[in-house]
Design a protein around this ligand. Structure first.
Ligand code: CA
Length: 519
């Protein structure tokens, strides 16, 4: 078989459409090796009808109805989004609860990585000084200070990888007591405790803001080791409006002095051998195309199963991208309590969208559609496969920290930056990100392993993509091959190997999820 041989991928034996694989798509008249002939051109990543589909009949992909034909679709046609009527949203009642008997998996033993063990039991994959901010007003000052800390202090502390200002737009001009305001507040709190920061948070505050440091860190909610080895129960705070600050440079000096104390403690950290069960992996996708659900996401799903078998924690998220597969998810819950928690999160989000006057159809982007994803149902099925086949063991609300090992549904919006921010708050120490259209996404707080869905993207973006799952479409590798490759790469990255995003220092901003009003 050569590169020009017409190729298509079928996701399930019951499906009546398949995905065209060849770069540039295939022209009308193309004959597949089994005799299927295209009656019109089909772009790469788009669907071809395998049988005649009568008007009103379901179009099946992943053995799921992704829409109904709005007119007769002859065999060999391009099944474009205009030919599909989207099925109605699945209601949240009468769902199957914990009905799926999970496949019997043997535990995977003996896999380890070199990580930084923290006093709270969590493990960092990087050793980073994080400077928490209570309000956007201080961000320029923190940015200035971070530059000087990097230039003047960091070289003295070679075991510390980086210094990061946790900047955000929250803190003032917000309805801080409104329902929903607890989400951004606990997000900032929990991000400050991310395992990669070694329990050494410090805070820069303005002074007059609504989100006071004592509100962000109530008494005894955090433990900070001082350089004399005693433990404080509140983080050190530099308040810019303190009367003691005379002139801008005195603020910078205060921040640098505090930073140096924290750096001294962080510099004592050493990597030690940790079991793979200490990994907390957040998975998400962005810039998806029709290959996301064919190559990269199934490979991530295979790696998810391997990680969970090794005892690790894996989080999948993106409410609007899994909402249409809610019945698959509730049936995979370990018990009724976990299923109910998922339904509660979906219901909260349905209402949140309704309040904003939008529905689930607002998710798919022009790029998704150009890439062959007709609607959110099709996108959801391809997104859910990232969660593999292990049971869903826990549910995490937005901004909360994950506490259950195994596969967790961590409820977040699908927005790449908000999802990443909330997974950081949940305690993520390695991030997996699949992309088909291509995005240079990266985070300063945690390594991001990017998986390309297509050979073409992996070739053009060879110094941005860490894994090429496009080899699954070309037949060079199987889903299992790429899943194992990703599993091993995650252990290497957790041990310190740099991802491409780290190499180039590509860092997206933290974006808080604030469902509460702004005043
Ligand atoms: Ca996303």
């Amino acid at each position: 078989m050569t590169a020009s041989t017409p190729r298509r991928i079928l996701m399930h034996a019951n499906d009546n459409v398949a995905i065209v694989v060849n770069d540039g798509g295939l022209p009308a008249g193309t004959v597949f090796p089994d005799g299927l002939t295209l009656v019109e051109g089909v772009p790469q990543g788009h669907k071809v009808a395998l049988t005649d589909i009568a008007q009103g009949q379901p179009v099946l992909r992943y053995n799921v109805t992704i829409g109904r034909a709005v007119r007769d679709i002859p065999k060999g046609s391009w099944v474009s989004e205009q030919l599909l009527e989207m099925p109605p949203a699945r209601e949240l009642d009468n769902l199957p609860i914990a009905t799926v008997k999970p496949p019997a998996f043997d535990p995977l033993e003996g896999y380890t990585f070199q990580g930084y063990r923290n006093e709270d039991g969590s493990v960092g994959t990087r050793n980073i000084l994080a400077i928490t901010t209570t309000v956007q007003c201080v961000s320029g000052v923190v940015e200035f200070a971070v530059k000087r800390i990097k230039a003047e202090l960091l070289p003295k502390y070679p075991n510390v990888d980086d210094v990061v200002g946790l900047e955000h737009t929250y803190g003032c001009g917000v309805a801080i007591d409104a329902p929903g305001a607890n989400i951004p507040i606990r997000t900032i709190h929990n991000i400050s405790k991310n395992p990669n920061f070694g329990g050494q948070a410090m805070v820069v505050s303005l002074g007059c803001e609504k989100l006071q440091p004592t509100r962000l860190f109530p008494a005894n909610s955090i433990q900070i080791r001082r350089k004399d080895d005693t433990v404080a129960t509140e983080p050190p705070v530099v308040c810019l409006q303190d009367a003691g600050h005379v002139g801008f440079m005195s603020m910078i000096e205060s921040i640098m002095q505090t930073a140096e104390q924290q750096l001294e403690v962080l510099n004592k950290r050493q990597r030690v051998t940790c079991p793979a069960s200490d990994l907390v992996v957040g998975v998400q996708c962005g810039g998806s195309d029709a290959f996301s659900g064919v190559t990269a996401n199934p490979a991530v799903g295979f790696a998810t199963d391997l990680l969970v078998r090794a005892g690790a924690t894996v989080m999948f998220s993106e409410v609007t991208e899994v909402r249409d597969g809610i019945d698959q998810l509730t049936s995979r819950a370990v018990n009724a309590e976990v299923a109910q928690a998922m339904i509660r999160e979906m219901d909260w989000y349905d209402n949140y969208l309704k309040r904003g006057g939008v529905d689930r159809s607002a998710n798919t982007t022009p790029g998704n559609k150009k890439g062959g994803l007709s609607n959110i149902v099709e996108k959801a099925m391809g997104s859910i496969v990232k969660s593999g086949s292990v049971p869903i063991a826990g549910v995490v609300s937005p901004g909360d920290r994950v506490t259950t090992k195994g596969l967790n549904y961590t409820a977040t919006p699908a927005s790449d930056f908000i999802c990443g921010t909330l997974q950081l708050a949940a305690g993520m120490n390695v991030h997996v990100f699949t992309t088909g259209r291509g995005t240079p996404y990266g985070l300063a707080e945690c390594p991001v392993v990017k998986v390309a869905t297509r050979d073409d993207l992996a070739r053009r973006w060879h110094d941005l993509m860490d894994v090429n799952a496009g080899r699954i479409a070309t037949g060079e590798a199987t889903i299992e091959d790429v899943g194992w490759e990703l599993f091993h790469l995650l252990l290497d990255v957790a041990s310190g190997k740099k991802t491409w995003a780290e190499h180039w220092k590509l860092h997206n901003a933290l974006v808080l999820f604030n469902p509460a009003p702004v005043t």
